[in-house]
Design a protein around this ligand. Structure first.
Ligand code: DGL
Length: 259
């Protein structure tokens, strides 16, 4: 039997969005092995019920643990809001790190600013978001912007197609010239940041939770004595519930595309 610190970190999302988080995890912890699972066969989570998302998340976490994961990252704002507390209660001995809309750094940078929070309807509906807005909203004007259909559209790839630019223009174009910052509160959205910027105009600051999640994973692994001690570069692998060569090629492309 190897040391527990030799295990891998399991990272999951409803689909390929969490690859934006995986990129931050690898940048922060290049010596760790990461196994990414995208539940693309069941995406989008944001349009399911909370109970369905909780059940799908439970199944994924249990498979990771059966395969020897030493820690789990929920690289999905929606699944974190719906399932993190239940997963932590079921597996108190495993570091389980979630992601939340990066309202805290945005509000610190723009304490009296107008801040859009783009996220799924479920994320904006559940308690976690309301607690965040209460804790960090302070004197800024926080504007929640539910984006139905956007994660599902990003799942299909083809980010240069005009229909996607039009969808984003329809969602946020009405705020052009009136906002200081945008929180990308769904892990799919960093892949279309340039399109959001085009719809809102230049000079808007962007925040997402990837880097904060990566720092939190480092902290939790360190506290538990689970940081890899192997000294070799970490490995990254991909799996999907939509297990086709095309889907896995799309995951690889999102992992390495310039942003
Ligand atoms: N990427 C996910 C999130 O961060 C969910 C998108 C979806 O499946 O609706 O919220």
């Amino acid at each position: 039997m190897g040391e527990r610190s030799d295990g891998f970190v399991g990272v999951f999302d409803s689909g390929l969005g969490g690859i934006s988080v995986l990129r931050a995890l690898v940048a922060e912890l290049p010596g760790e092995d990461f196994r990414y699972f995208g539940d693309s066969a069941h995406a989008p989570y944001g349009e399911k019920t909370e109970a369905e998302v909780r059940e799908l998340s439970r199944g994924i976490a249990e498979r990771f643990l059966a395969d020897g994961a030493k820690a789990i990252v929920i690289a999905c704002n929606t699944a974190t809001s719906a399932a993190a507390a239940t997963l932590r209660a079921a597996h108190p001995d495993v570091p389980i790190v979630g992601i939340e809309p990066a309202l805290k750094p945005a509000a610190r940078a723009f304490p009296r600013g107008r801040i859009l929070v783009m996220a799924t309807e479920m994320t904006l509906h559940l308690d976690k978001y309301h607690e965040l807005a209460r804790a960090w909203g302070g004197e800024c004007e926080v504007v929640p912007v539910p984006c139905p259909g956007l994660a599902a559209r990003i799942e299909r790839g083809d980010l240069d197609a005009p229909d996607l630019a039009k969808m984003i223009e329809d969602l946020v174009g009405g705020y052009a010239g009136t906002v200081d910052a945008v929180v990308l509160g769904c892990t799919h959205y960093p892949f279309v940041r340039a399109l959001v910027e085009r719809a809102l105009g230049e000079g808007v600051a962007f925040f997402d939770g990837g880097a904060g999640t990566a720092r939190q994973l480092r902290k939790r692994l360190s506290e538990e004595g689970l940081l890899s001690a192997s000294g070799r570069p970490g490995r990254v692998s991909f799996a999907s519930s939509l297990d086709t060569p095309d889907e896995l090629a799309l995951y690889q492309r999102f992992f390495s595309m310039p942003l």
